[in-house]
Design a protein around this ligand. Sequence first.
Ligand SMILES: Cc1cc2nc3c(=O)[nH]c(=O)nc-3n(C[C@H](O)[C@H](O)[C@H](O)COP(=O)(O)OP(=O)(O)OC[C@H]3O[C@@H](n4cnc5c(N)ncnc54)[C@H](O)[C@@H]3O)c2cc1C
Length: 398
Amino acid sequence: MIDVLVVGGGPVGIATAIRCAQQGLSVTVAEPRTGPVDKACGEGVLPAAVRRLAALGVVPDGHPLRGIRYLDARHQADAPFRHGNGLGVRRTVLHAALAERAAALGIPVIPVRVTAFDRFDGHVAAAGIEARYLVAADGLHSTIRRALERETAGGTEAGNGAAGNGAGRPGGPGNGAGRHPAPPRYGLRKHYRIPPWSDLVEVYWSAAAEAYVTPVSPDTVGVALLFAKPPRTAAPAVGANGSRTASPAVSVNGSRAAAGPDGDYESRLAAFPALLDRLGAAPPASEVRGAGPLRHDVARRVYGRVLLVGDASGYLDALTGEGIGVGLAQADALARCLAAGRPEEYERAWRRVSGPAWRFTAGLLWSRNQPLLGPRIVPAAQRLPWIFPALVNYAARA
Ligand SMILES: Cc1cc2nc3c(=O)[nH]c(=O)nc-3n(C[C@H](O)[C@H](O)[C@H](O)COP(=O)(O)OP(=O)(O)OC[C@H]3O[C@@H](n4cnc5c(N)ncnc54)[C@H](O)[C@@H]3O)c2cc1C
């Protein structure tokens, strides 16, 4: 029997495995996709997350990020990072670096999609492996989480984890599920072959969407679009991992603005004329990928010997680009709890490390959704130059 089976070999799953190995636990990862895994992501890694990666022994190539810039048609505000640089890094590069480190530590990765598991008094069994703990790091649409939630709703839950108190949000008085009227949000991303024009992550705001631009190498930038879509309209179809590849890329100017994710991407990008000017005739450097709906309220993370981490453990929005950093912090907290033999303490630790980013993102999203406040976010950030950087650096603590 091994100590930990990690289901899902995305960045947070591999990071959890590495942290477990560093704590002296025997660990295996189950990940069905081989090779460097790509995913819809803004690909901005915040300074604290860069330090966490280094502590794992992972130093990926990328483009240094000096801070965040908000822009609308008439305003601009900069929030420099106060504690070192962040990193713009292609997901494939990040994944390869993490996988290489896991391999160097002798962590086995089995090419399996885990869809079922059995729980016993002292262990969990899945994919032919018996482990003292199963960690679900299988992303936004986590199969393991949904199985646990179904089981709990059916009243057959056999776990001995901390009882959920219904507070899906760190520090929040309830999970808010079912009572957030804002339509669900989605993300699309694409890369362009063009030298970065800034070493800040630029977030362009329009009435209906945000576009954020992350330099990821000396000749490539990624552009991620975030937007709300009413539930009844066709949303980008997503796979179990919340990501999909779209049809062949079209030009920035949308000259072949077809239907489907590319056409959707091009038409949404058209809401950002200043960004289109910047991109000019830059050729696409990747296909469109999408993910969503982004928000998943999760009541609890500890189900006895089965525990949730990363996007699988709950996700709010990509607006503040914290997902990887928060996930790495959760991975560290989880590995410590498992190594100490106190899995029940993970729920509290999860809330502690996830709270600042969650609160910042929730506040920003709420403001974004107010008809009077939304258009004033960038002007306010420009007029209050001490508050915007303070908030960005507070949220980036994880
Ligand atoms: C548009 C967009 C922009 C974003 N921008 C940023 C940003 O700039 N900075 C940032 O830090 N974060 C950003 N995020 C968030 C970030 O992408 C996620 O928080 C991060 O990928 C979470 O990692 P994860 O390992 O938990 O999940 P994932 O990266 O989704 O990995 C899950 C893995 O589990 C595997 N899997 C799925 N099901 C199973 C199964 N049944 N069995 C075994 N394996 C399975 C999948 O193949 C996948 O490899 C963004 C997200 C979106 C959608």
